[in-house]
Design a binder for this molecule. Structure first.
Ligand SMILES: NC(=O)c1ccc[n+]([C@@H]2O[C@H](COP(=O)([O-])OP(=O)(O)OC[C@H]3O[C@@H](n4cnc5c(N)ncnc54)[C@H](O)[C@@H]3O)[C@@H](O)[C@H]2O)c1
Ligand SMILES: O=c1ccn([C@@H]2O[C@H](COP(=O)(O)OP(=O)(O)O[C@H]3O[C@H](CO)[C@@H](O)[C@H](O)[C@H]3O)[C@@H](O)[C@H]2O)c(=O)[nH]1
Length: 482
C-alpha cells in the first residue's frame, strides 16, 4: 500500500503522523445505510475500490440486478448513483473474507437492533452482529486496517471492538474510528450528497489522528472541510444517540401538544408554525403525527435509557424514556379514537389503511406506526385493507406476525393487501392515513366517498389531506391535533 502525506485539513487537531491514502474500502452490511452510503463514497471517489458485502445472498443479488428497479432499497435517486458507479469502482459481494483481506478501511454497517433476550431485553442494543464482524476481521486480516463504526452503537463499543482486534496475536495493527451516519430514509441521497455535518471520532494519539485524517480525505472528495468535524471516540459514539433522542423528543413534544389542542380547539399546525418561527426553536421536526416509527428512534432512545440506567442515572433514564412513552400513547390514542368514533365497535367493519411504510419515499416498515394501529384494531376484530405504493403484501404480513400474539393464519384473515388504492377503500367504513405519501393528496376523493359505507370517516394520522375539501364532499374527518 502506498503511503502519501497530505496537508493537515481537519478543523480541530491537525494530523502530525503520515496518514494512509485509502485505495480500497470494504463495507460489511448492504442495508439501508451501507448500500446508499457506499454508493455515494464510490461515486465521489472513483479512484477508491468500494466493495459492499453481506451474508444475505438475495440482498446482494438484488444490488447486482441489471434491472435497477429491483434494488433492495427504495430510495429516490439511488438507482442513478448505483448505475454510475457499479462495476466501475463499486461492487456488491457475498465474499466477506476476500473484501476484508483486500481493504485498507473497513466500515461496519450491520444492524444493531434492540435485544430480544437476556440482560437488557427490550432496551439494550444487540451487538452480536457487530462483534461477529470484529471477530471475522481479526481472523482474516493480514495487513493493518482502519475499522470504522458506521452502525449506531452504545458509547464505549469501540473499546470492545478494540479488545477483540488487539488480541489476535498476529501483529496486525488496527485503528478504530466512529463515523455515525445521520441520513434519514426517503432523503438519503440528498442527505449524503449535502450532509449538515460528517462526524469522525478517533483516538487522540498520532496514529489515531492519522486514521481520522484518512477518513477525512475520503469525505473531503465532496464535503466541505468546515462540515467535517472530528472528536474523540466516545463523543462521536454518544452524539449519534443524542442526535436521535433530540429529534424524536421534538416529535413526542409536538404530539403531546396535539392532544392538548384537540381538547381546547387550538390547532397544532398553527401552534407549530407559531413556535417554529422562533429561531431558537426552528420549524423542522414539528409535524404532529400518529407517532414516529423507523428502525432508529425507538431503538436508539431505549439504548440511551439503558446506558443511563446501567450507570445509575435513573432521572436521566426516566427523562428520555418519556419520549417513548408519549409515542406509544400517540399510536394507541389514534387507534382507540377510530374505535370510539365508529360507535365503539369495529368488529367486522372494513377499515382501509393508506400507507404502511414508516414515512413516505421508503419501502422500510420497521417500527411503523401502521403495524401497531393495525394490531390494535385487529384485537377489535376489524378487517384491515392496506394500500402502500412500495410495500409488499408479504412484508405487511411479516410485520404483523412479528408484533402480534395471534397465529399467522388468524392475522392473514384480518389483514388484506390491495395494490389498487380505490379497491382498498371500496365499501370501507373508514380510511386511516398512516403514511404521508404525496399521491394520496391527488386521489379522486369524490369517487372514494361515493364507494364507501356511510357515514364515511377519514382519520388522517399525518395531516396530509385537505380537511375542509373532504368535509365539503361529505366525509367526517379527524386529523391530528385539530
Ligand atoms: N436505516 C437508517 O436510516 C439508519 C441511519 C443511520 C444509522 N443507522 C444505523 O446503521 C446500522 C445499519 O442499519 P440498516 O438500516 O442499514 O440495517 P439493515 O438491516 O438494513 O442492514 C444491515 C445488513 O447487515 C447484514 N449483516 C449483519 N451481520 C452481518 C455479518 N456478520 N456479515 C455480513 N453482513 C451482515 C444484514 O444481512 C443486513 O443486510 C444500524 O446500526 C442502524 O442503527 C441506520
Ligand atoms: O416532524 C416530524 C418528523 C418526523 N416524524 C416521524 O418520525 C419518524 C422518523 O423520521 P425521520 O427522522 O425523517 O426518518 P429516519 O430515517 O428514521 O431518520 C432518523 O433516524 C436515522 C437513523 O439513526 C438518523 O440517521 C436520522 O438523522 C434521523 O432523522 C417517521 O416515522 C416520521 O414520520 C414525525 O412524525 N414528525
Amino acid at each position: 500500500m502506498s503511503v502519501e502525506t497530505t496537508s493537515p485539513t481537519t478543523n480541530q487537531q491537525p494530523a502530525t503522523t503520515i496518514h494512509k491514502k485509502i485505495k480500497s474500502i470494504c463495507c460489511i452490511g448492504a442495508g439501508y445505510v451501507g448500500g446508499p452510503t457506499m454508493s455515494v463514497i464510490a461515486q465521489k471517489n472513483p479512484d477508491i475500490k468500494v466493495t459492499v458485502v453481506d451474508l444475505n445472498e438475495q440482498r446482494i443479488a438484488d444490488w447486482n440486478d441489471a434491472d435497477l428497479s429491483k434494488l433492495p432499497i427504495f430510495e429516490p435517486g439511488l438507482d442513478a448513483v448505483v448505475e454510475e458507479a457499479r462495476g466501475r469502482n463499486l461492487f456488491f459481494s457475498t465474499d466477506v473474507n476476500q473484501a476484508i483481506a483486500e481493504a485498507d478501511m473497513i466500515f461496519i454497517s450491520v444492524n444493531t437492533p434492540t435485544k430480544t433476550y437476556g440482560a437488557g431485553k427490550g432496551m439494550a442494543a444487540d451487538l452480536k452482529y457487530v462483534e461477529l464482524c470484529a471477530r471475522q476481521i481479526a481472523e482474516v486480516a493480514t495487513s493493518d486496517k482502519i475499522v470504522v463504526e458506521k452502525s449506531t452503537l452504545p458509547v464505549k463499543t469501540a473499546q470492545a471492538i478494540k479488545s477483540i482486534l488487539d488480541n489476535t496475536g498476529n501483529g496486525v495493527k488496527f485503528q478504530i474510528l466512529s463515523n455515525p451516519e445521520f441520513l434519514a430514509e426517503g432523503t438519503a441521497m440528498t442527505d449524503l450528497a449535502n450532509p449538515d455535518r460528517v462526524l469522525i471520532g478517533g483516538d487522540q494519539t498520532p496514529e489515531g489522528k492519522a486514521a481520522i485524517q484518512s477518513l477525512v480525505d475520503v469525505y473531503g472528495a465532496w464535503v466541505p472541510q468546515a462540515q467535517i468535524i472530528t472528536t474523540n471516540l466516545w463523543s462521536s459514539e454518544l452524539s449519534k444517540l443524542v442526535a436521535n433522542a433530540f429529534l424524536a423528543q421534538r416529535v413526542s413534544s409536538i404530539n403531546a401538544i396535539s392532544e392538548l389542542c384537540e381538547a381546547t380547539q387550538a390547532n397544532v399546525e398553527e401552534v407549530a408554525r407559531a413556535i417554529g418561527m422562533d429561531s431558537r426553536i426552528g420549524p423542522k421536526f414539528l409535524k404532529a403525527s400518529v407517532g414516529f416509527g423507523g428502525s432508529c428512534f425507538q431503538k436508539d432512545i431505549l439504548n440511551l435509557v439503558y446506558i443511563s440506567k446501567s450507570l445509575g442515572l435513573n432521572e436521566v433514564a426516566d427523562y428520555w424514556e418519556q419520549v417513548i412513552i408519549m409515542n406509544n400513547h400517540q399510536r394507541d390514542r389514534f387507534a382507540n379514537n377510530i374505535v370510539s368514533t365508529l360507535y365503539n365497535t369495529v368488529s367486522g367493519k372494513k377499515i382501509a389503511f393508506l400507507g404502511w411504510a414508516f414515512k413516505k419515499d421508503t419501502n422500510d416498515t420497521r417500527e411503523s406506526a401502521a403495524i401497531y394501529v393495525a394490531d390494535r384494531l385487529i384485537d377489535e376484530q376489524a378487517q384491515i385493507y392496506v394500500y402502500d405504493p412500495k410495500v409488499s403484501a408479504k412484508q405487511m404480513q411479516a410485520d404483523l406476525n412479528y408484533l402480534s400474539t395471534r397465529t399467522e393464519t388468524e392475522n392473514a384473515k384480518y389483514l388484506q393487501t390491495q395494490t389498487d388504492p380505490y379497491k382498498a377503500v371500496e365499501g370501507a367504513h373508514a380510511i386511516a392515513v398512516l403514511t404521508e405519501w404525496d399521491e394520496f393528496k391527488s386521489y379522486d376523493w369524490q369517487k372514494i366517498y361515493d364507494n364507501m359505507s356511510k357515514p364515511a370517516f377519514v382519520f388522517d394520522g399525518r395531516n396530509v389531506l385537505n380537511q375542509e375539501a373532504l368535509e365539503a364532499i361529505g366525509f367526517q374527518v379527524q386529523s391530528i391535533g385539530k
